[in-house]
Design a protein around this ligand. Structure first.
Ligand code: AMP
Length: 395
């Protein structure tokens, strides 16, 4: 695996694909700079070697050039995050970009305009990738969040740097963390899969059945399994077309000696609303008119016991509708159990969309081993897929 440390960037221009697709408020201020901060060590390594850094990213989903998606909105935040004044050029290819890159001196940083102002970026256009490639000497991919896309700047461009290409620190750490769970894991390995639907996690469940000892299932997915087992789930979320699949998963897990743990009790509500009337019941005895929106206290104890004996833990997806305070307790209890296991020496990886939001919201980010920066990319890796952005560097 080619990483930053395989290169000396002295007098070199590093063309770094970062993922600065950060949330902005209505005043175009960055509201969460995690992704910018995550690229810092890569940029600093290049500068400390005596090189310069040209940063390229997308922001949002513009249709052509749309000022609201301009990366100029984030220049000050990038400057603040890396502690080096960042220059900006309002294009990413063409004469202006080439001149700006050419003028860049060692120790300097240039941010290019939004790559997706050109639809060639998402199409993975070869010619556009070649134009981009002219800006730098060494291509560095540090954009885990888009590594599952075969876009011009994330994958196709690597062909123009047959030797001079590598992973940035962030992408390398993401790959190592996932490998630590899926391949070099210390046993017992426990995967916790929550979130809304079985259908969006099925690929992950199938792939990890060969790699884990325990699977904890939670969130909305629970009720498809409970119904499959003959339980009464009232008006809880269910995917009726996935019932036989749920039974297949349970059978397959048994055959592979993987223990599946389902919530034994639920906080049920008479409405999908934080102020709804609630009660705690067995997961398989939910009356009509009521829906399970969180896991209950017996479940918290049961899951905590499994987690306490795990040496490797993967967490993807909340155990309830954590966005509403009254249905966040199951997710918080789970976070506490994972934090405790981590403090006792387990390796814990949290990734994939909403669990990252939950971990940050409830203050667990510093108490787990690693929080992934990629949602879709993380899920695809857990599904066992080879990501184009990773493959392009390895090739
Ligand atoms: P996902 O993106 O698949 O990880 O799903 C995350 C979403 O699942 C969150 O927005 C949660 O509110 C939602 N969720 C978790 N538990 C439940 C549940 N019991 N019923 C409905 N939605 C749920």
């Amino acid at each position: 695996m080619q990483t930053l440390n395989d290169f000396n960037f002295e007098n070199k221009k590093a063309l770094i694909r970062v993922d600065f697709n950060v949330p902005l408020n209505s005043d175009f201020m960055v509201t969460d700079a995690t992704r910018i901060e995550a690229a810092k060590t890569t940029i600093i390594k290049v500068l400390e070697d005596g090189g310069s850094a040209i940063l390229m990213s997308h922001l949002g989903r513009p249709k052509g050039v749309e000022d609201q998606f301009s990366l100029r909105h984030i220049v000050d935040k990038v400057t603040e995050a890396i502690g080096v004044k960042v220059q900006f050029i309002n294009d990413c290819v063409g004469e202006k970009a080439i001149q700006a890159a050419k003028n860049l001196q060692p120790g300097q940083v240039l941010l290019l305009e939004n790559l997706r102002f050109y639809n060639e970026e998402k199409k993975g256009d070869n010619n556009f990738a070649e134009q981009l490639s002219k800006l730098g000497d060494i291509y560095v991919n540090d954009a885990f969040g888009t590594a599952h896309r075969a876009h011009a700047s994330t994958a196709i461009i690597a062909e123009f740097f047959p030797e001079n290409k590598c992973f940035g620190n962030l992408l390398a750490t993401e790959i190592e963390s996932i490998n630590k769970v899926l391949t070099n894991s210390e046993k017992p390995v426990t995967a916790i899969l929550g979130g809304a639907k079985v259908s969006s996690k099925i690929g992950v469940i199938e792939n990890i059945l060969d790699k884990v000892d325990h699977i904890i299932i939670g969130g909305g997915m629970t009720f498809t399994f409970v119904k499959a087992l003959g339980g009464k789930i009232g008006n809880s979320l269910v995917e009726d077309d996935k019932i036989s699949l749920a039974l297949d998963i349970l059978a397959l897990a048994k055959a592979k000696n993987v223990e599946i743990h389902l919530p034994v009790d639920a906080i049920i509500a008479d409405d999908f609303n934080n102020n709804a009337t609630t009660q705690e019941v067995n997961t398989s005895e939910i009356p009509d008119g009521w829906m399970g929106l969180d896991s209950g206290s017996k479940t918290a104890e049961k899951f905590a016991k499994v987690i306490a004996k795990s040496k490797t833990i993967l967490w993807n997806g909340p155990l309830g509708v954590f966005e509403m305070e009254n249905f966040s307790k199951g997710t918080i209890a789970l976070g506490n159990a994972i934090a405790e296991a981590t403090a006792n020496g387990a390796f814990s990886l949290v990734g994939g969309g909403d669990s990252v939001a939950a971990v940050k919201q409830f203050g667990f980010a510093d108490k787990v081993s690693y929080v992934s920066t990629g949602g879709g990319a993380m899920l695809e890796m857990l599904e066992g897929k080879t990501l184009p952005g990773i493959e392009a560097i390895l090739k």
